[in-house]
Structures are given as C-alpha cells and as structure tokens.
Write a protein that binds this ligand. Structure first.
Ligand SMILES: Nc1nc2c(ncn2[C@@H]2O[C@H](COP(=O)(O)OP(=O)(O)OP(=O)(O)O)[C@@H](O)[C@H]2O)c(=O)[nH]1
Ligand SMILES: [Mg+2]
Length: 397
C-alpha cells in the first residue's frame, strides 16, 4: 500500500483499477476480472491501491464511466497522487483523450497493459519483433490523440497546421516501421517453416493454456528443458521445442519419441494485434498432432479460462486438434463455489468428484496432475502415449 517501503530499486507506480461491472456478468465475475487485472498491473510494475467499479449495461461511449463516478475517481487520484489509471477494457482513442482530461494522470487500457508486459518479457529477436509490430499497430490509430492533446496544451491556434504535418510524418514513419517488421517476421516465419519441415518425421505435442497455469513447469518436468517458470503472467513468449523419449509400454518395441513445445499463454481479451503478430509462434500449435490443454484447477475461474483458451484456439484455426485436457495444480485445489454449482446434490466437493464430473463432461480425455509436486506424471505420460495410438492406429514411433 501507499507509504510502504520497497526494497527493490524501482518503486512501483501507484495505480487505480477501473472496470465496468456489466449487468450481464454472473455474481463474482467482475471481482475475478479485477483480480486478474491487478495481477497484470503487478507484473507490469504497478501497485494497485484502489479499485473502482460501476454497474452498467455498457461502458460510457465518451468517458467509459458516468459523470458522477468519474468525478469520484478524479478526486481520489488527485488526493492520493496516483500515477496511472488502468481500465479493464480496450479504450477508444477518444475515450482515452477524454479520460486524460478528466483524471489528469496516465491512462492505460487493458490492451496497452498486456502489450507492455509482452514488451518487458520479450527476450529473443522473434518475440521482440512480434511485440514491436503489435505495439506499432496499436499506436497507429492513436497518434492523432497524442498530437491533438499537445495542440490543446499549447493553445491550439497556430499550432494546428504544424501538428497535423507532424502527425502525418509520424504516421508515415510508423507505417514504414510496420512494413519493415512484417518483412522481418516473414523471414523468421520461413526459417521456422524450414526448421519444422526438418522435424516432420517426428510426432509433435504442444502445450497450450491460459497464462500462469503451469505449462512451462510441465515442459520442464517432462524434458528438463530449463524453461523459465514464474508466478507472473506471460513468463513465456517464445515457443521452446524439445525431444521427449518415453520407454514404450511394450518393452520389446522402440521407445516413444516426440517433440514437445511450450508456447505463449492466452488471456481474456488478448489484444487482437498480439494474436495477429504472434501467428508464427502460434504455428507451433497448428503444427501439432496433439494439444495438451493445461488448466489451473486451483483457480476459481478455471472454467472461464478454459472457454477463453478454446475460443482462442478457434481463432487461430486449431479448435479441431486432438486434445488431452491436463488439470494441473491438484495440490493446490480447494473445493470452491464453482465446484458447489457442479455437485449440487452432494456436500462433499473433493477432488475425486471433480475428476468424475470432468471426465463425464468433456469429450476429450482428461488427466489430473501436479507438475510442481510430481503427482500423477506417469498417468500424464501414459495418456499421451494412448492418445497417439488413438490418433494413429498404426503408430509410427
Ligand atoms: N501449486 C502448484 N503450483 C504450480 C504447479 N505447476 C506450476 N505451478 C506454479 O505456477 C506458476 C506458473 O507456472 P509456469 O509453468 O510459469 O506457468 P505457464 O503456464 O508457463 O505461464 P506463462 O508462461 O506465464 O503463460 C509458477 O509459480 C509455478 O511454480 C502445480 O502443480 N502446483
Ligand atoms: Mg510459461
């Protein structure tokens, strides 16, 4: 909270979070979304000191919040020297401009926040290029706002012409950057395709799932790849591929070998510019023979997260892939109201019941594990093997 002494050299920026609590949301949904937004803010380096919500049909078209709520937020920001207001939706350029005027602090929307985290976490040339492209695409329609704002600050008269000329120059510069980045990504794409062709003879398995569910932890447990795992969002931005060798259950046969890849996590309202520019990374998913859809079963909103993953897979054209659902973090599982909804006839909401319910509910096979505590990892291995036999009646391992 404010006034706390931080032992890190960089002091986090103080932030307020703002969300429209839509009448269409089920109970508890807005709070869950805000918890995620606070986690995103923390990952980006901001400390949430206060949350504002407004019950509404839809966010106000000009100012996101209604007049009364806006004044309340403005007074709080002024009184508490808040540096940044973070909104749980993508704001239009004009909403951002109006909010800057009303709140007199930095205005960040959900898309910008996610882009910022991606920029912070990008390590390789590919990830950096992809993020840079997405940021420029996001920026292009917002340039007018930046110059328009400056014009008004300077009084406007006599500045307008110069401002517009500058906007045009900047727009041209950004368009040029975008086309250079696209060319660069095309080259990277071609190299990746060649690399993938070289492993065409091998079976491919890809880890997919919401961010922070434990994909990289599973990758490391199965391959000792040493991929960074962190209790932060979007720790992984690049796909890592490793060869995995399992002993064949039929001991006389050849060991089972496949390529396992770990890739970028998904999130609710992932900015479409990022989905677009991460296409080449997500090709790993399209190229896979089997998807391991990893779910954090200890997260209250895991069912919503599964829906987000399914619709993102649909968006990239991978919805029909053979899939094994891997419920992870069973060590951390706590019976919660979501489980209560599922098992309304019983008062025991233990893991076994959850397993039975999901096995019946999902068409795809499921497995429950803890990658961190190494629980049920053999079952996961067996299910992967079984799945291959099912996909290819005559396995080619
Ligand atoms: N309790 C518990 N924690 C786990 C388990 N598996 C992973 N974690 C923790 O969950 C956090 C996220 O793990 P990662 O493997 O980085 O998750 P990820 O899906 O790769 O996340 P991104 O790359 O950020 O999308 C880390 O703090 C892990 O230690 C598990 O089985 N149980
Ligand atoms: Mg990861």
């Amino acid at each position: 909270m404010k006034g706390q002494i931080f032992d890190t050299a960089i002091k986090p920026e103080l932030a307020v979070l703002i969300a429209a609590d839509l009448y269409s949301y089920r109970k508890g949904k807005c709070a869950e979304y805000l918890e995620e937004l606070a986690f995103l803010a923390l990952t980006a380096g901001a400390e949430t000191v206060k949350i504002f919500t407004q019950k509404t049909d839809r966010p106000h078209s000009k100012t996101y919040l209604g007049q009364g709520k806006l004044e309340e937020v403005a007074a709080y920001i002024k009184e508490n020297e808040i540096a940044v207001a973070i909104f749980d939706d993508e704001l239009s350029p004009s909403q951002t401009r109006n909010l800057e005027d009303a709140l007199v602090c930095k205005i960040i929307d959900r898309s910008m926040l996610i882009l910022d985290i991606f920029a912070k976490n990008a390590r390789t040339a590919t990830a950096k290029t992809q993020v840079e492209l997405a940021r420029n695409e996001y920026l292009l329609p917002r340039l007018t706002r930046m110059w328009g704002h400056l014009d008004r600050q300077k009084g406007g008269i006599g500045q307008r012409g110069a401002g517009e000329k500058e906007i045009e120059t900047d727009r041209r510069a950004i368009r040029h950057t975008i086309s250079l980045l696209k060319d660069k990504l095309k080259d990277i794409d071609n190299q990746n395709q060649t690399r993938r062709k070289n492993r065409d003879a091998m079976k491919k398995v890809a880890l997919v799932g919401y961010t922070n569910v434990g994909k990289s932890t599973i990758m490391n447990a199965l391959t000792k790849a040493g991929v960074l795992t962190e209790n932060k969002l979007f720790a992984t931005l690049d796909s890592t591929a490793r060869k995995v060798v399992f002993p064949n259950p039929d001991h006389s046969a050849m060991p089972i070998t496949f390529i396992l890849s770990d890739t970028v996590g998904f999130i609710r309202k992932l900015p479409h510019q990022l989905v677009e520019s991460f296409k080449s990374t997500l090709d790993e998913v399209l190229d896979a023979d089997l998807l391991l859809h990893v779910v954090d079963v200890s997260h209250q909103g895991f069912e919503d997260q599964m829906d987000v993953v399914k619709s993102t897979l649909d968006e990239i054209g991978a919805a029909q892939k053979p899939t094994l659902i891997v419920f992870n973090k069973i060590d951390n599982y706590n019976p919660n109201p979501t489980a209560e909804d599922i098992f309304e006839d019983t008062t025991i909401y233990d893991l076994d019941l959850l397993k039975q319910s999901w096995m019946a509910k999902e068409n795809a096979p499921v497995v429950f594990i803890s990658a961190l505590k190494n629980e049920n990892m053999d079952e996961l291995k067996n299910k992967i093997i079984e799945r291959f036999y099912k996909v290819n009646p005559k396995p080619t391992f």
